[in-house]
Design a protein around this ligand. Structure first.
Ligand code: PEP
Ligand code: MG
Length: 872
C-alpha cells in the first residue's frame, strides 16, 4: 500500500532509511535479527514531508493510522496508554535518513500523568522510580512540545538537590521528586498558561508534531548546512515501548561504539550510567562510567552486550554506535547506527576492516572521508614545548588548538567573525551551541564523557575537543572558569590537546603532523586505483619536500613571484621596475638571477626524477611597490629619488583593473628581460642539478595567454634563451613549454594555442574570475550572501562551477583535436577540491595540482572517482 505512513518494526522487510529514517530502519533490521529491541512502530519520512506541505498539521488519516498502531501495541504489550493500573509508556524519537546526532527532539515516558504515576508506583512497588519517570516526562514534554526553557527545569532540579543536600539526581528521594513534579507543573503553567493535556493520546499527537517540527529548528538547519544535508528529507518518528534504566541499581543506560571513534582502535568504547534514563549519558549531566566498568557491575549483561555489538558490526560491515538500556539486568538495544568518527579513526577502521576481511580494498578506499583527511595533517603539540598545564579531561576528539577563551556559543560566533581564534568552554554543550562550536577552533567541557554531545559533534566537525575536565568550574554568566586556583576569563588564551586531554595556559607551539601508518596504507591502496596524477603547487624547496612526502608526483605550479618578497630580492625587483634604461633593468635582473637559480636548483633536487612546472612572472609589477607614504619615502631614499618622483613612478604603474591589466604574458612580452632572466635561471639550475646527477624535468609555463600569437612569441623567446645557455654550458636538458589556460578566449582558441604548447594547465582561479566577472579578491562582499540566499549553490572559487566547466570542456576538446595526447592538468584551487576532482577525472585530465596539504585528499578523491566510474 503506497499511502501507508505507519509501519511496525516487524512488518518492514526492506529497511530503507529514506522511508523509515536511520533509526527506524535499523530497529527494523535488529528486530529481524531477533535482537532484544522494544517493540514499536515508525511514522515515515513521507508523512513528515506531507505534514509540512499541509501547513504543519497532522492529517486525519495519519492520526487514524497512529491510533490503530497504538491499539495494536497495547494489545501486544498487555498494557494501555493512560491505564491507571498497568499503564503503557512510550518513547517518541526522531530519526532522519542521515543521522544528525542530538539535533532533533525526543520525548520519553509519554503516557505519564498523576494517575498513571500512581498505578506504576503500585505495580512496580517503586514509587521513586514512578515519580522519576513523571518528572522526566514533564521536563521533556515541557521543553520540546511547549517550548519551556531548559534552564527553568534545571534550576528547580538544582535547588531541590541543594535543599536536600544531594549531589546526584539519583540521590533524590521519592518525596524530593514529588516536590519537583509540583514545581515543574507550576513552571509549565506559569510559562505557557496551559497545563499539559491529561489525555495521553493527545500528548502523543502533540509529541509527534513536535518531533516533526524539530526538523526545522535552527540547530538542525545549521547542522544540515554544515554537513550538506538536503533540507527536504524530513524526519521519521519512532514510537516504542519504554524500557527503564532508572528502576534502581541493576538498571542503567549507555552509549557504546563497536570501535574507538576517536582513534579507530578495535575495542569497544563508550559510557554508561547506572540508574539513569535515555538522554542522561549524552547530555553530560552526570559524568558517566567508562563502559568496561560494566563488567564488574553486571558481568552477564556486559558479555551479552559485547556479543551483540560484534554481531551488529559484522552485519552492518561498519563501526556501529549503539544505544542501550538495562532494565533489571535485562539488556535492550534502542538504536544502532553507523558511528560518526574522527578522520583518524575513519582511516584506521577502513584499513583494519579490509585487513580483517570484512570489506574489500575498493570499499576501504571509498570509505576514506575526503572532507576530513586534511585535518589529519593539522598541527600537534610540540613535545619539546614548555607548557603550563591548566587542567585535564577526557581526550574526546584529537588535534591541538589554541585560542581565546569564550563561554557562550554566541560569543564564539561574534569573536570568530571578528577574526579571532576562539576555544569554546562550556559546562556541557547542548545542540543549541552548534553555531558556536562550528566557529570555534576547539571545544572544552567540564562534564560529559566520550559520547557526550560535545565529543560527538566535535568529532563530526574534525575539531579538537577535551570533555569532562571535571576540576573546572564554568560560570558562563560571569564569562570565566576556574581550574584549581587558576582563573581563566573571556579573552585569555588557552590551548587544548584533544589527543591527550590536556589543557594548557597560553598558546603552545605546535609541529606539523605526520602521515600515520594507516593513512599511508590507505593512500597506497588509493594510488592503485587512481588514473589522475597528483602534483603540488609549491614555490619553495621546503614546500616541494613536504609535498613529495605527502605523495606529490611533481610540481604542477611554482609561482615564481613568491620568491621575490624577501628584503634583498624585493630591492632588486624594485630597482628593475624603477630603471630608466634597458641597461639598468638588465643590471637589476642580473642580481636576481642567482637567487632564482639557487631556488630552482633546490626545487629540482627535492623533486629528483619528477616534473616541475615553473610559471614565468604573472602579477602586475605594481604589486611589488609600496603603498604607504612611509614606505614610499623609504623607497625614494633607497633609489635616490625625491618623494614626489617615487610617488609619480608608482602612480604611473597603477591600473584601474590590475587583474585584467599589464600582467602575465603581456608583461613578459613588453619586458622581455624578465622572461630571459627567468628562463636562464630555470635552465641554468636544471643544468647544474643534472650535472650533480639529479634527474630534472623542467616545464616552463606562460601565464594568462589568450591568443596563440602570444604563446608563439613567448615560445620563440624561451627557445632562443635556451639555445644560448645550452651552448654556453655545453649540455642540453629536456624541457617543455606550455601555457596556463585561464581566460575564456584561451578555451575558445585552444586548438590554435595547442599548436604552440607542449601542455595545458587550467588556471581555474582566474578562469572562474574571468567567466563570472567576479573579482576573486573582493568576492567576500557578495558570494557568501549569494550562497545564503540560494542564488549560488557553492562558492565557485572552491568547487568548479558548471559554467566554468563548460569552458574547460571546450578547452580540452579543442586542445586535443589539435594534439590528441596533449597533457592537460589544473593548478587552480579546484585541483584539491574533491568534487571538482570528479569533474577533472571524468574529462580525461592527466593531472591535478594543489597545495601540499591537500595532496592526500586529492590522491583519495581521484581514487574514489576512478573506482566509482569503474563500477557503474
Ligand atoms: C589560476 O588562475 O588558477 C592560477 C593557478 O593562477 P593564480 O592563482 O596564481 O592566478
Ligand atoms: Mg592565474
Amino acid at each position: 500500500m503506497t499511502d501507508k505512513s505507519v509501519f511496525f518494526f516487524d512488518e518492514i522487510s526492506v529497511p530503507d532509511k529514506k522511508i523509515f529514517g536511520g533509526k527506524g530502519a535499523n530497529l527494523a533490521q535488529m528486530t529481524q535479527l531477533k535482537f532484544p529491541v522494544p517493540h514499536g512502530f515508525v511514522i515515515s519520512t513521507k508523512a513528515c514531508q506531507t505534514y509540512f506541505s499541509e501547513g504543519n498539521t497532522l492529517s486525519d488519516s495519519l492520526k487514524k493510522e497512529i491510533f490503530t498502531a497504538l491499539k495494536k501495541l497495547e494489545k501486544s504489550s498487555g498494557k494501555k496508554l493512560g491505564d491507571t493500573e498497568n499503564p503503557l509508556l512510550v518513547s517518541v524519537r526522531s530519526g532522519a535518513e542521515v543521522s544528525m546526532p542530538g539535533m532533533m527532539d525526543t520525548i520519553l515516558n509519554l503516557g505519564m500523568n498523576k494517575k498513571t504515576e500512581q498505578g506504576m508506583a503500585k505495580k512496580t512497588k517503586n514509587p521513586r522510580f514512578a515519580a522519576d519517570c513523571h518528572r522526566r516526562f514533564l521536563q521533556m514534554f515541557g521543553e520540546v512540545v511547549l517550548g519551556v526553557d531548559y534552564e527553568i527545569f534545571d534550576d528547580i532540579l538544582q535547588k531541590q538537590k541543594e535543599g536536600s543536600g544531594t549531589q546526584e539526581d539519583t540521590d533524590l528521594s521519592a518525596n524530593d521528586l514529588q516536590e519537583i513534579i509540583v514545581a515543574f507543573e507550576h513552571a509549565i503553567i506559569n510559562t505557557t498558561k496551559n497545563p499539559i493535556p491529561e489525555d495521553p493520546f493527545e500528548q502523543l499527537l502533540l509529541a509527534v508534531s513536535a518531533v516533526f517540527d524539530s526538523w526545522l529548528s535552527n540547530r538542525a538547519k545549521t547542522y544540515r548546512h554544515i554537513h550538506g544535508i538536503p533540507e527536504n528529507l524530513g524526519t521519521a518518528v519512532t514510537i516504542q515501548l519504554m524500557v527503564f534504566g532508572n528502576t534502581g541499581k541493576t538498571s542503567g543506560t549507555g552509549v557504546c561504539f563497536t570501535r574507538n571513534p576517536s582513534t579507530g582502535e578495535r575495542k569497544i568504547f563508550g559510557d554508561f550510567l547506572i540508574n539513569a534514563q535515555g538522554e542522561d549519558v549524552v547530555a553530560g549531566i552526570r559524568t558517566p562510567l567508562e563502559i568496561h566498568n560494566l563488567k564488574a557491575i553486571l558481568p552477564e549483561t556486559f558479555n551479552q552486550l559485547t556479543d551483540l555489538l560484534e554481531k551488529l558490526e559484522q552485519e552492518n560491515r561498519d563501526m556501529q554506535d549503539v544505544e542501550f538500556t538495562i532494565e533489571e539486568k535485562k539488556l535492550w538495544l534502542l538504536q544502532t547506527r553507523t558511528g560518526k568518527r574522527t578522520a583518524e579513526a575513519g582511516v584506521r577502521i577502513a584499513v583494519e576492516m579490509k585487513q580483517e576481511g570484512l570489506i574489500s580494498k575498493e570499499e576501504a578506499v571509498s570509505r576514506g572521508d575526503v572532507r576530513t583527511i586534511e585535518t589529519l595533517l593539522h598541527p600537534q603539540i610540540d613535545p619539546n614545548a614548555e607548557t603550563t598545564e591548566l587542567t585535564r579531561g577526557i581526550s574526546a576528539s584529537p588535534g591541538a588548538a589554541s585560542g581565546k577563551a569564550v563561554f557562550t556559543a554566541d560569543d564564539a560566533v561574534r569573536m570568530a567573525e571578528n577574526g579571532e581564534k576562539v576555544i569554546l568552554i562550556r559546562r556541557e554543550t547542548s545542540p543549541e551551541d552548534i553555531h558556536g562550536m562550528n566557529k570555534a577552533e576547539g571545544i572544552l567541557t567540564a562534564c560529559g564523557g566520550k559520547a557526550s554531545h560535545a565529543a560527538v559533534v566535535a568529532r563530526g566537525m574534525g575539531k579538537p575537543c577535551v570533555a569532562g575536565a571535571t576540576e573546572m568550574i564554568v560560570n558562563a554568566k560571569a564569562k570565566k572558569m576556574t581550574a584549581g586556583h587558576r582563573i581563566i576569563q573571556e579573552g585569555d588564551i588557552i590551548t587544548i590537546d584533544g589527543g591527550s586531554g590536556k589543557v594548557y595556559e597560553g598558546a603552545v607551539p605546535t609541529i606539523p603532523a605526520k602521515l600515520s601508518e594507516y593513512l599511508e596504507t590507505l593512500l597506497s591502496w588509493a594510488d592503485e586505483f587512481r588514473t589522475l596524477s597528483i602534483r603540488a603547487n609549491a614555490d619553495t624547496p621546503e614546500d616541494a619536500k613536504r609535498a613529495r612526502e605527502l605523495g606529490a608526483e611533481g610540481i604542477g605550479l611554482c609561482r615564481t613571484e613568491h620568491m621575490f618578497f624577501t628584503d634583498e630580492r624585493i630591492f632588486h625587483i624594485r630597482q628593475m621596475i624603477l630603471a630608466h634604461t634597458d641597461e639598468e633593468r638588465e643590471d637589476a635582473l642580473s642580481h636576481l638571477l642567482p637567487f632564482q637559480r639557487q631556488d630552482f636548483e633546490d626545487i629540482f633536487t627535492a623533486m629528483d626524477g619528477l616534473p616541475v612546472t615553473i610559471r614565468l612572472l604573472d602579477p602586475p609589477l605594481h604589486e611589488f611597490l609600496p603603498e604607504k607614504d612611509k614606505d614610499i619615502e623609504a623607497l625614494a631614499g633607497q633609489f635616490l629619488l625625491s618623494f614626489e618622483e617615487a610617488k609619480d613612478r608608482i602612480k604611473a604603474l597603477e591600473e584601474v583593473n590590475p587583474m585584467l591589466g599589464h600582467r602575465g604574458c603581456r608583461l613578459l612580452i613588453t619586458t622581455p628581460e624578465i622572461l630571459r632572466m627567468q628562463v636562464r635561471a630555470i635552465l641554468g639550475a636544471a643544468i647544474s642539478a643534472q650535472k650533480r646527477g639529479v634527474s630534472v624535468h623542467p616545464e616552463i609555463m606562460v601565464p594568462l595567454v589568450g591568443m596563440s600569437s602570444e604563446l608563439s612569441h613567448c615560445r620563440r623567446e624561451i627557445e632562443a634563451v635556451a639555445e644560448n645557455i645550452f651552448e654556453e654550458e655545453g649540455v642540453r636538458v629536456d624541457y617543455k613549454i606550455g601555457t596556463m589556460i585561464e581566460l575564456p578566449r584561451a578555451c575558445a582558441q585552444a586548438k590554435s594555442i595547442a599548436k604552440e604548447a607542449d601542455f595545458f594547465s587550467f588556471g581555474t582561479n582566474d578562469l572562474t574570475q574571468m567567466t563570472f566577472g567576479f573579482s576573486r579578491d573582493d568576492v567576500g562582499q557578495y558570494v557568501p550572501k549569494y550562497a545564503e540566499k540560494g542564488i549560488l549553490e557553492k562558492d565557485p572559487f572552491e568547487t568548479i562551477d558548471r559554467g566554468v566547466q563548460e569552458l574547460v570542456k571546450i578547452g580540452v576538446e579543442r586542445g586535443r583535436t589539435e594534439k590528441p595526447f596533449l597533457k592537460i592538468s589544473v593548478c587552480g584551487e579546484h585541483g584539491g577540491d574533491p568534487d571538482s576532482i570528479i569533474f577533472f577525472h571524468t574529462e580525461g585530465f592527466n593531472a591535478v595540482s594543489c597545495s601540499p596539504f591537500r595532496v592526500p585528499t586529492a590522491r583519495l578523491a581521484a581514487a574514489q572517482v576512478a573506482i566509482r566510474n569503474n563500477t557503474i
